[in-house]
Design a protein around this ligand. Structure first.
Ligand code: OGA
Ligand code: MN
Length: 210
């Protein structure tokens, strides 16, 4: 694995951890280095061109199904040890996992993540990331891979926070959004451009329901 760990007491990670503790979510507009963002975007497009991304399902286990009226993105789950670019991303996420475990005592044991490509017009209706029958997902993390994205391109992540109006995140390359998986309902608005991201979940130990 190409080394891309950062110390778990790095100021950027501490800021995220503090935000999570104080209000359950964090947005860092400049998180991923630009070179890595571009490489990951290229890797996502390459995999899409090779037909490796598939329509995402709703739900989990034997009850999952493809429903484009709910979510229209195409995804591919990441495996470690395939390409350096993805391993760099996984290394950074592992540093974040350590930082959260140190200060928040969440007992996060692993991280599952996928590339996501939303074709123009695709969306993901309002939902919560934790499954009804599986409560292992504790913290959601989305990183955007889009070059020169403008608000008028749409594709915002709309977060329904407990207080005030919904908060919209423009999916600009390098931006990271982190939130407690069971606490923040959210949706992805349709865009006029192809929209790329890496979405992942930090999980605690639990019993596999199936
Ligand atoms: C998800 C999701 C948000 C985004 O995949 O569950 O809500 O902005 N993604 O891509
Ligand atoms: Mn979600």
């Amino acid at each position: 694995m190409r080394a891309m760990q950062i110390p778990s007491d790095h100021p950027l990670l501490l800021r995220i951890v503090d935000d999570l503790a104080a209000r359950g979510w964090s947005q860092q507009n400049i998180f991923l280095p630009q070179a890595l963002t571009l490489e990951l975007a290229a890797e996502c497009r390459k995999r899409a061109a090779e037909g490796e991304l598939a329509p995402a399902a709703v739900g989990r286990g034997p009850f999952s199904e493809i429903r484009e009226g709910i979510r229209g993105d195409h995804i591919q789950w990441l495996e470690p040890g395939q390409v350096d670019t993805c391993d760099s991303y996984l290394g950074l996420m592992d540093s974040l996992r350590e930082a959260m475990n140190r200060s928040l005592f969440l007992g996060l044991e692993d991280f599952e993540s996928h590339f996501a490509l939303y074709p123009p017009g695709a969306f993901y209706l309002k939902h919560v990331d934790r499954f009804r029958d599986d409560d292992r997902r504790m913290v959601s993390a989305v990183i955007y891979l889009n070059d020169a994205w403008l608000p008028e391109h749409g594709g915002q992540l709309r977060m329904y926070l407990e207080e005030g109006a919904p908060h919209d995140v423009v999916p600009t390359g390098g931006c990271l959004v982190v939130f407690l998986s069971s606490e923040v309902p959210h949706e992805v608005l349709p865009a006029t451009r192809e929209r790329l991201s890496l979405t992942g979940w930090f999980r605690r130990r639990g019993n596999e329901p199936f």
